[in-house]
Design a protein around this ligand. Structure first.
Ligand SMILES: Cc1cc2nc3c(=O)[nH]c(=O)nc-3n(C[C@H](O)[C@H](O)[C@H](O)COP(=O)(O)OP(=O)(O)OC[C@H]3O[C@@H](n4cnc5c(N)ncnc54)[C@H](O)[C@@H]3O)c2cc1C
Length: 417
């Protein structure tokens, strides 16, 4: 399966997450022989972060990568566009709020599992599960040998590591780019939105993400609702009848930030232990927050450690590259990680197809992608890291947001909720 310098394919993408599937969609649409290798045994074996806020960059990338019908599916299964992001004190009194445009392509909440289901449509025979990439070797000529933990291997003319924060390929493709621990983490949970016939989040926060800053260093509580305008199953029946997303009802996704050292080793993978710790550390926050933690789904609480990606200094293989968290992991402040990952996929897809059209080399397309990607992606990393520092360390900004600004605003959520 050798290839001349300009030929593209076969392409091996490692990781069937957001960026890997988006790139596979882009390339397979253009008739490129692309295959995705995913270490999980199936598409929905883990809860993958529940929902993401797709911004205009993420949506533009999806629009560029997907056939129009699938993009329509993504929009139709997402929350309503527009809304607010509120910074509040512990008692949910507004410090200030950002407002987002309510246009058809404006940012919106997307459930991650449903988005993944949309991204999988049409790729059935191209995604291979139970394939954990272990190593990558340059063979003679342009060919690369991608080896898996199960002792199998495939040859490809381009290998793309889209295997997330713990990337197995990063050290081989971009040595020295290991992300650095931020010393902070989030306990994330998911709570049914509808409880006893009523919505647990009051209507005033219907389309708001909320970040409530706590008094303790590093402490904050984030929550936002995922409301499906129509059951995703029904939208799939209409637009992609051969596929089904996992069952899902409206929910609230929440996260409590803390110092990693505050989480005892023995509960780090224990949902109930994590939820109990979150409830204890959220003492003093608004009663709505206590309620969200107390009524969370039993098995859905997870710990995520925050890391800050480092700019690669070397790209060691001209026909191998990285996308998304594998190269520019960032703490979840500003909601840029997934959007930037999608942006990478669309950019690399475009550069590769342009190179085919212009007769220029795949290696040059990869290099051009890397240069452009590093510019916007590390800007996003820097901004997320700076926002994390400002919001989690005591300083004038946090003091203003917690002690001064909330006193100037009316109560947003009554304490009796
Ligand atoms: C709770 C939470 C909330 C978030 N909210 C937002 C948000 O609102 N907006 C936003 O933009 N971002 C958000 N993010 C960040 C976003 O989820 C990530 O940046 C995004 O998923 C990165 O996409 P990716 O394709 O790089 O990696 P992933 O989506 O993580 O996919 C990586 C894939 O690679 C697979 N894999 C790993 N190792 C191997 C291997 N060795 N071989 C084969 N496969 C492998 C994994 O199983 C996985 O399927 C959030 C993150 C978290 C944790």
């Amino acid at each position: 399966m050798g290839s001349s310098n300009g030929a593209l394919g076969p392409v091996a993408v490692v990781g069937a997450g957001l960026s890997g599937l988006c790139l596979a969609q882009y390339l397979s649409r253009a008739g490129v022989d692309v295959h995705v290798y995913e270490k999980d045994p199936g598409p929905f074996v883990r809860r993958q972060g529940y929902r993401i806020t797709a911004d205009e960059h993420g949506l533009a990338a999806l629009r560029a990568s997907l056939p129009p019908r699938l993009y329509e599916l993504v929009l139709a299964t997402g929350g309503e566009p527009g809304g607010h992001f509120r910074f509040t004190d512990e008692r949910l009194r507004d410090a200030f709020k950002l407002t987002f445009r309510s246009t058809p392509d404006g940012g919106r909440q997307l459930d991650r599992q449903v988005l993944r289901s949309s991204l999988l449509v049409g790729l059935d025979d191209r995604v291979h599960y139970g394939k954990a990439a272990a190593s990558l070797r340059q063979e003679d000529g342009d060919e690369l040998l991608l080896e898996f933990a199960d002792d199998t291997s495939v040859r490809a003319s381009l290998v793309v590591g889209a295997d997330g924060i713990g990337s197995a390929l990063r050290a081989r493709i971009a040595p020295g780019g290991e992300p650095v621990s931020a010393g902070l983490a989030g306990i994330y949970g998911r709570t049914p939105l509808e409880q006893h016939g009523k919505q647990v989040v009051p209507d005033v926060l219907r389309t708001s993400g909320v970040l409530a800053l706590g008094k303790a260093p590093g402490r904050s509580f984030f929550f936002t609702s995922m409301r499906f305008p129509e059951p995703p199953q029904a939208v799939f029946d209409r637009l992609a009848p051969d596929h089904k997303p996992p069952p899902c009802d409206d929910y609230v996704m929440w996260g409590l930030t803390l110092h990693t050292a505050e989480v005892p080793e023995e509960i780090r993978a224990d949902p109930l232990g994590l939820r109990t710790l979150a409830a204890r550390l959220a003492h003093g926050f608004h009663p709505l927050i206590a309620r969200l933690i107390d009524t969370a789904d039993d098995d859905a609480t997870v710990l995520s450690r925050f890391v800050v990606g480092q700019r690669p200094t070397t790209w060691s293989l001209p026909r191998a590259t990285l996308l998304g968290d594998a190269v520019h992991a960032m703490p979840p402040f500003g909601a840029h990680g997934g959007n930037t990952a999608l942006q990478d996929a669309a950019l690399l897809g475009r550069k590769l197809l342009d190179s085919q059209a212009n007769g220029t080399s795949v290696a040059a397309a990869v290099a051009a992608y890397q240069t452009e990607m590093q510019r916007y992606a590390f800007k996003a990393v820097d901004s997320a890291a700076a926002m994390m520092r400002r919001l989690t360390t005591d300083g004038i900004q946090k003091w203003l947001m917690m002690r001064v600004l909330p006193k100037l605003h009316r109560v947003t959520v009554p304490e009796t909720v």
